[in-house]
Ligand binder design. Structure first.
Ligand code: HEC
Ligand code: HEC
Ligand code: HEC
Ligand code: HEC
Ligand code: HEC
Length: 222
């Protein structure tokens, strides 16, 4: 140990550099610890894909309330995959431009959409619903069986910004798989919002179509 580091007057005290420990703690380690603590709290408490109410901000203020609730567009006009493939798909810019080459052509709210069209680059919509990769989900099996979009996504026609309406966790999937009759409607009503499911009709549809959702692990974990 270097002579300069000790205090000759008080032989039993710690070398001087120890005085810097509080400084090191509050100056360096402290902030790092508190940043980690904040990050931890933020991670565990911030809304995620399984938190009902999760509503990320979107790059363009597209409103389902306006386009579906007021203009009356059918979900499948934009979500072309919902009935036929595993992914419902978010529409390409071209779908918006079917109308917006004529409507609101100079709206600042549509600037990114116009840029996307001119530059041929997709709008970067933020994902709201996501099941983990180890769980298998497909839209077509559900929609074709007669489960309405509303059963899983809520009243989209009333949402200005899409909000997670259901938790998308395993218990939620299984609740319906055990009693699908509470959610089955005729094929013609799958995109109807505000449809009231009639359980007797649900049971009838279940029998007619032989609907039997998987409860075994490998049904969803393939
Ligand atoms: C005019 C086109 C259009 C129509 C019609 C439309 N949507 Fe959408 N939808 C979008 C766009 C664009 C997004 C991505 C931006 C957003 O989340 O708001 C989206 C997002 C969504 C999402 C969230 C996707 C995610 O990231 O998890 C759901 C769920 C959804 N729509 C359901 C519906 C349902 C149900 C209907 C019918 C009642 C419908 N949409 C009608 C364009 C449309
Ligand atoms: C079937 C025609 C149609 C389609 C398709 C359509 N829109 Fe619209 N959109 C409209 C109409 C009509 C309005 C309302 C215009 C008004 O308020 O006078 C509107 C309004 C808007 C507005 C508000 C603009 C403003 O200044 O008030 C935004 C943003 C918007 N649409 C985004 C989109 C996006 C993004 C898509 C594609 C995912 C899309 N729209 C697809 C017809 C359409
Ligand atoms: C049985 C529940 C269920 C039904 C019914 C359902 N969805 Fe979904 N939807 C989900 C789940 C779960 C996800 C997340 C999927 C993933 O991560 O792969 C999702 C994701 C989406 C997305 C985001 C893009 C994608 O495909 O991952 C859109 C858009 C969407 N749904 C629209 C619809 C529309 C429109 C309907 C009705 C025609 C519908 N959904 C019916 C459960 C459902
Ligand atoms: C509101 C009701 C409901 C919810 C919620 C639901 N399902 Fe289903 N699921 C069904 C019905 C109905 C079927 C169709 C069964 C049939 O046709 O025999 C089905 C079928 C399936 C199948 C079999 C598809 C095939 O092609 O083999 C899988 C896998 C599946 N669901 C996964 C999930 C997962 C994962 C979730 C949760 C993220 C989920 N489901 C949520 C009602 C639901
Ligand atoms: C109807 C579809 C479905 C069936 C059947 C199913 N799971 Fe899951 N499981 C899921 C989904 C969806 C998740 C993702 C949950 C989340 O994101 O919170 C999941 C998550 C899990 C996880 C991760 C831990 C957790 O709770 O998030 C484990 C472990 C698991 N499942 C085991 C099983 C076992 C064992 C079985 C059979 C007894 C089974 N699963 C049957 C859909 C299913």
């Amino acid at each position: 140990m270097n002579e300069k580091d000790t205090n000759p007057g008080e032989p039993w005290v710690f070398p001087k550099w120890h005085n810097r420990i509080p400084l090191i703690f509050f100056g360096v380690i402290g902030p790092v610890v508190s940043v980690l603590a904040v990050a931890g709290v933020w991670y565990y408490f911030s809304p995620r894909f399984t938190d009902v109410g999760y509503r990320p901000e979107q790059p363009v203020p597209y409103s389902h309330k306006l386009h579906v609730g007021e203009l009356g567009l059918d979900c499948r006009y934009c979500h072309t995959g919902a009935e036929i493939s595993s992914s419902a798909r978010v529409p390409p810019t071209q779908t918006c431009m079917n109308c917006h080459t004529q409507i609101k052509t100079d709206s600042p709210d549509l600037r990114l959409v116009r840029e996307s069209w001119i530059e041929d680059k997709p709008v970067e919509w933020v994902r709201v619903h996501k099941t983990p990769d180890y769980a298998y989900f497909e839209h077509s099996a559900h929609v074709q069986a007669g489960v309405g979009c509303e059963s899983c996504h809520g009243r989209i026609d009333q949402m200005v910004e899409v909000t997670l309406a259901e938790p998308l966790n395993m218990g939620w999937c299984l609740d319906c798989h055990r009693a699908p009759e509470k959610h089955l409607r005729p094929a013609s009503e799958v995109t109807t919002m505000g449809y009231v499911v009639d359980e007797a009709m649900g049971l009838k549809l279940k029998d007619e179509k032989g609907i039997n959702p998987p409860l075994h692990c490998s049904g969803c974990h393939r």
